[in-house]
Design a protein around this ligand. Structure first.
Ligand code: PLP
Length: 395
């Protein structure tokens, strides 16, 4: 039987056994409503409070600065819209972000543009690092918010968030970072980082889908996105998802403890990159070192990423062409275009994202399986024929 290799951890991760077990016990016993005035309610409330305290300790803030949400997308929406509406009252109606943000950020900004806010999309260099000079120029006294992702989900590039925060604050703007991909990869202390808001999601760190959080610095009041009951200190209504909140705290704890183990993941990543770059007409997308521990994103000329994925899947390897959200469309990745990959080449890129669950044998298997797939697909490509013909002429 063929091996099964899951190398799409940037799209989602398998819930870890410890997380499943913490969650199951909530479903089985602590299923009360945390707002109820009886023992079943107190039991659930205690679990939510405990999870919040644990998360606050890990992120270096106080428990009442953590707000649970339904996902990373909600956290991004809330941070950006909440800050924009609040700051507009102070005459600030401009948002600065980057061209390589997740669609949860980009489409939120687009929605605000339609409401009359102006948005500046700052560019990045060829390795995906935000252009700080361009950012500095973009931020003005009218800027409400600067939103820059901590790590990119497609190419894995890490951003100098501390520098971004400094630039935002110099002009009195708020600083927000989508840290969905970065968490569990780098130590994050929100106070040291200086951000006003930070978003996380559970399912990228081995908790289930459907839970996220937003850190909002104490004293900062942003407009509610979801009005309702008194939950989350009246700022995010909806009965708390106790089991998933417990799961998120457990997953965050484990992910943070595992950060020192990431050297092994980095070694697997680098072996994969080296092995795949041995294929002619291939190129690494993103930064060689300032990148997520498990992220490999490589472009292969003359073929379609979708075709590579299909063959990989038949061989039992799960990979992606970039972000799972945009994979369904045939538009080339906005991230690859932003780092200067030409349209035709942007189609031939694939992303392999590893986690601690992957092994050296997985890497061996990918390195055995992928090169023949590339070769086979290129043999069917008229573009490749052209390259081979030119090569023969120059020899
Ligand atoms: C996955 C992801 C999101 C969205 O999180 P969901 O919980 O799936 O809504 C936002 N930003 C980044 C960078 C992501 O990778």
């Amino acid at each position: 039987m063929a091996r099964f290799v899951y190398a799409d951890n940037a799209a989602t991760t398998a819930p870890s056994p410890e997380v499943i077990s913490a969650m199951s016990s909530v479903f089985e016993t602590a299923w009360g409503n945390p707002s109820s005035q009886h023992s079943k309610g107190y039991e659930a409330k205690e679990l939510v409070d405990g999870a919040r305290a644990k998360i606050a300790k890990i992120l270096g803030c106080s428990a009442n600065e953590i707000y649970f949400t339904s996902c990373g997308t909600e956290s991004d929406n809330w941070a950006i819209k909440g800050a924009a509406y609040r700051m507009r009252k102070k005459g600030r109606d401009h948002i600065v972000t980057t061209k390589i943000e997740h669609h949860a950020v980009l489409n939120t900004c687009a929605a605000l543009e339609a409401e009359g806010f102006s948005v500046t999309y700052v560019g990045v260099d060829e390795q995906g690092r935000v252009l700080l000079d361009e950012l500095r120029e973009a931020v003005t006294e009218r800027t409400a918010l600067v939103s820059v992702m901590y790590a990119n989900n497609e190419i894995g590039t890490l951003q100098p968030i501390d520098e971004v925060v400094r630039i935002a604050h110099e002009k009195g703007a708020l600083a927000f970072t989508d840290a969905v991909q970065a968490i569990g990869n780098v130590e994050i202390n929100v106070k040291e980082l200086g951000v006003d808001m930070l978003a996380l999601s559970g399912h990228k760190i081995h908790a289930p889908k459907g839970i996220g959080l937003l850190y909002v610095r104490k004293g900062l009041s942003i407009t509610n996105l979801i009005d309702g009951g008194g939950q989350e200190r009246r700022r995010r209504g909806g009965t708390e998802n106790v089991a998933y909140i417990v799961a998120l705290a457990k997953a965050l704890e484990i992910a943070t403890e595992r950060i020192p183990e990431l050297d092994r993941v980095r070694a697997m990543r680098d072996r994969l990159i080296e092995g795949l770059l041995a294929i002619p007409y291939s190129k690494l997308n993103g930064h060689p070192t300032e990148r997520l521990a498990g992220n490999v994103n490589i472009g292969f000329e003359c073929i379609e990423g979708e075709s590579i994925l299909m063959w990989l899947d038949m061989a039992g390897i799960c990979a992606s062409t970039g972000s799972a959200c945009s994979s369904a469309s045939l538009e080339p990745s906005h991230v690859l275009l932003a780092i200067g990959v030409p349209h035709e080449k942007a189609h031939g890129s694939i992303r392999l994202s590893l986690s601690h669950e992957n092994t050296d044998e997985d890497v061996d298997y990918i390195l055995e399986t992928l090169p023949p797939i590339i070769e086979r697909l290129r043999k069917m490509s008229p573009l490749w024929e052209e390259i081979e013909r030119k090569e023969r002429l120059t020899k």
